[in-house]
Design a protein around this ligand. Structure first.
Ligand SMILES: Nc1ncnc2c1ncn2[C@@H]1O[C@H](COP(=O)(O)OP(=O)(O)OP(=O)(O)O)[C@@H](O)[C@H]1O
Length: 490
């Protein structure tokens, strides 16, 4: 183990040293005249005697959130030379324990047993910080990895390093606690296959943009040995994105990850180790239901199946306690078999208690599709989703026209007219009777009298022309995978 007296002493000399910020992952070259060697551990012991000098120095150096005084007050900081940290020459993004941008909630889900840890990034105010999340005695600790003001060294408890990799590696290889109470880093939580790297994604062209980001057609490189495939990638872009926007974007990705249904958009993963954040999804070349309705002239059977597929996807979401909150033809995509896939979970929320979710949200709201009780009290329920589904039925039977397209009212005046039942949607004469009845059940002003999606699915399932589900057998699936193998490798 090699240490350099000069390196260790820099902590004490710092005030007179020029500011220097090494790039992440670069080793520090040893300097001439570093003959006298001393380990960081020995230095820690020695420096304990110089407590008063170092306490002053550390207080001056602290940046960002101040550490809890009970844990760190009076503890000297010791710089660990690079050679002693025992790290590999990699960037933080390459480290298996680094999970990129992640909320506290997500980190807590990932930590399951004592001593498990991961490193993540988060925004505190305007600044971005690294956080060490570690599980100890059935509790989760989220420790801010702080930086000294001048030399820009990273530190948690006693030891300070030039990079986060060094800091973590040093604590692991030397079995050093990260808190005063002796919490050790035992086992890291590895990234899941769902967490992708930005390098795996290659842009082809833009597909369109929405409120939260732009969607691109991209190549996704699955691994060095596997083929690449075309995917749609939603990227959160823009320099004026607030922390709130980022958290919402990650929440959307997290929510999508937990969904698996033939009528819900399939997600491959998320790249969140740096910005722009990306949600990598299945690419649906048939575009949106809105385009199919406005440009495609679908048959009556097609329309019926579009609504049946959408209702099945939404029934699944409601079973998982998810309220979509933005049901509209523009948010439904069509797969290669023209099956509807529910998409765009940017506004979705989880209603765990089944009481509805109250949220007075600013920004653009889909007022024309929203239920009167939501417009009045900002309460979103499963029944308010059903009301919006009714608005989508209107789109389906009116060539994709948006609800109230011929109404001159705008903004608050329109909102008041809807809530006071002064205006209402009329589905049109071309709509079959059975669908007109269903429309009425969805658009009832009283939310308790509306159908549920389970009832809608049951109602539509008996209609003539409903496409039967073709569930592939075991051998059909096998045959398909062999075919794909030959296509890819031979
Ligand atoms: N998986 C996908 N495959 C193919 N096209 C997609 C996919 N996801 C989105 N798109 C297309 O990209 C465009 C932008 O989608 P996005 O979900 O960001 O916005 P939006 O739904 O149009 O608006 P908002 O998010 O404001 O409701 C849309 O035209 C949509 O059809």
């Amino acid at each position: 183990m090699e240490t350099h007296k000069k390196d260790s002493d820099k902590i004490l000399e710092e005030k007179t040293q020029p500011d220097h910020m090494p790039s992440e992952g670069k080793p520090i070259a040893p300097k001439k005249g570093d003959e006298k060697k001393e380990s960081a551990e020995e230095k820690a012991k020695k420096l304990a005697g110089q407590r008063s000098v170092l306490t002053v120095l550390k207080a001056e150096e602290n940046t960002g959130k101040k550490p809890t005084p009970a844990k760190t007050k009076g503890t000297p900081l010791v710089q660990v030379p690079c050679a002693e940290s025992g790290r590999l020459n990699r960037t933080i993004e390459d480290e298996p324990y680094y999970h990129g941008f992640m909320t506290t909630e997500q980190a807590e889900k990932a930590l399951t047993s004592n001593g498990e840890f991961l490193v993540r990034k988060t925004d505190v105010g305007q600044a971005i910080y690294f956080i060490l999340s570690v599980r100890e005695k059935k509790k989760n600790l989220h420790l801010l990895i702080k930086r000294t003001a001048k030399r820009r060294l990273y530190w948690i408890h006693i030891f300070a390093c030039r990079t986060v990799n060094d800091l973590i590696q040093y604590h692991i290889s030397h079995n050093k606690p990260v808190t005063e109470t002796g919490v050790l880093l035992v086992r890291f939580v590895p990234k899941t296959k769902w967490q992708l790297n930005h390098e795996q994604v290659i842009r082809i062209k833009e597909l369109g943009s929405g409120q939260f980001g732009t969607v691109y057609l991209c190549w996704l490189q699955l691994s060095a040995y596997k083929s690449r495939r075309q995917v749609a990638v939603k990227m959160l872009q823009g320099h004026n994105m607030t922390t709130d926007d980022k958290v919402k974007f990650l929440r959307e990705a997290n929510l999508m990850q937990s969904l698996k249904h033939p009528n819900v958009v399939k997600i491959f993963g998320i790249a969140a180790s740096r910005e722009p954040f990306m949600i990598v999804m299945e690419y649906y070349p048939n575009d949106s239901l809105e385009n199919a309705l406005t440009k495609g002239n679908p048959s009556e059977i097609d329309k019926l199946n579009f609504l049946f597929d959408a209702a099945k996807g939404l029934q699944y979401l409601h079973e998982k306690s998810i309220i979509h909150r933005d049901i509209a033809a523009r948010n439904c995509l069509l797969d290669a078999d023209r099956r509807v896939m529910i998409s765009d979970f940017g506004l979705s929320v989880v209603d765990r208690c089944n009481n509805g979710v109250r949220e007075r949200k600013g920004g653009r709201l889909p007022v024309r599709s929203m239920a009167p009780e939501t417009l009045k009290k900002f309460t979103y329920t499963k029944a308010s989703d059903v009301y919006s589904y009714g608005a989508m039925m209107y789109e389906v039977y009116n060539q994709g026209r948006e609800p109230f397209y011929n109404c001159q009212l705008q903004g608050n005046v329109l909102r008041r007219a809807i809530t006071n039942n002064k205006i209402s949607l009329k589905i049109g004469n071309d709509c079959p009777d059975a669908m007109r009845i269903l429309f009425k059940h969805c658009r009832n002003m009283d939310p308790t009298k509306r159908f549920t999606f389970a009832e809608i699915v049951e109602y539509l399932a008996t209609e003539d022309g409903i496409r039967e589900e073709i569930i592939p057998t075991y051998w059909e699936k096998k045959r398909k995978s062999v075919k794909t193998f030959f296509k890819t490798y031979i």
